[in-house]
Design a protein around this ligand. Structure first.
Ligand code: ATP
Length: 238
């Protein structure tokens, strides 16, 4: 069911040099939903997100964001339209405090939409509130990952791509991350996240796309994926 399609990807193809990686990825992200892009190591999750964002040039297919064909646009132009991107590696200034890192990400809006502030973000990431004066270098990897997401939200995106947000996090931080993703959804931000772990995907996502060898092999609700053991065995690590 659901609302309008925010992000529509059709037949997306991408390559690194002569190595073709994506062979026609189809997916859609609707307003206010969280969707998971699942698949094993090397299936093409990261490449899909990068090709959507223009970080890897698409060699075919289309990427439409909020009704505009942005296929192959430069990443900063796509970001400026309101599509945020959080890579797997952290992007923060380790010499700056949590609060300063958020301020650096602040971007005024032209259309008068209420912009994010550090204070508003602290309600989504309560653990960051407690360490607002701490230098980022003194945070755990998981905390730095949350700060990277929070900083991206300071740019006021309407949809966000999150690359493996739960990867390598301690279990307690994974729980905080899941809560943060659900609060982002509660704020009306659509989220497409890549994920290998079905339990995290089920905790946050309504629907899942499972990719293998650069194409979507299965699309359905995460609840359905929980009971489709043959799909999990074929395309996910079990
Ligand atoms: P992972 O969980 O390991 O990140 P993934 O599903 O995100 O997996 P991708 O990172 O998209 O997979 O990688 C898909 C394929 O592209 C892999 O075979 C990988 O080796 C290859 N690949 C990724 N980056 C490059 C690159 N810069 N140059 C060449 N090949 C690459």
């Amino acid at each position: 069911g659901g609302g309008a399609v925010v992000l529509s990807v059709e037949g997306l193809r991408a390559a690194y040099g002569r190595a073709q990686i994506l062979f026609g990825v189809d997916l859609a992200l609707r307003r206010g939903e969280v969707a998971a892009l699942m698949g094993r190591n090397g299936a093409g999750k990261t490449t899909t997100l990068k090709a959507v964002m223009g970080l890897v040039p698409p060699t075919g297919g289309t990427v439409v964001f909020e009704g505009r064909d942005v296929t192959g646009w430069e990443p900063f132009r796509i970001a400026r339209l309101g599509l945020g991107y959080v890579p797997e590696e952290r992007r923060i200034f380790t010499d700056l405090t949590v609060f300063e890192n958020l301020e650096v990400g602040r971007r005024p809006l032209a259309d008068g939409q209420a912009p994010w502030t550090p204070e508003r973000l602290f309600s989504i990431f309560p653990n960051l509130a407690e360490m607002r004066a701490r230098r980022a270098s003194a945070m755990s990897g998981g905390e730095q990952q949350m700060l990277t997401i929070a900083r991206t939200l300071m740019g006021n995106p309407r949809a966000v791509l999150l690359d493996e947000p739960s990867e390598g996090l301690a279990p307690v931080i994974v729980e905080q991350m899941a809560e943060a993703v659900l609060r982002m959804k509660g704020e009306g931000i659509a989220v497409l996240l890549s994920e290998q772990n079905l339990s995290f995907a089920s905790a946050v996502a309504d629907r899942a796309y499972v990719i293998e060898k650069g194409a979507v092999r299965y699309e359905g609700t995460t609840a359905e994926l929980e009971v489709r053991s043959e799909v999990r065995e074929a395309y996910l690590t079990v």
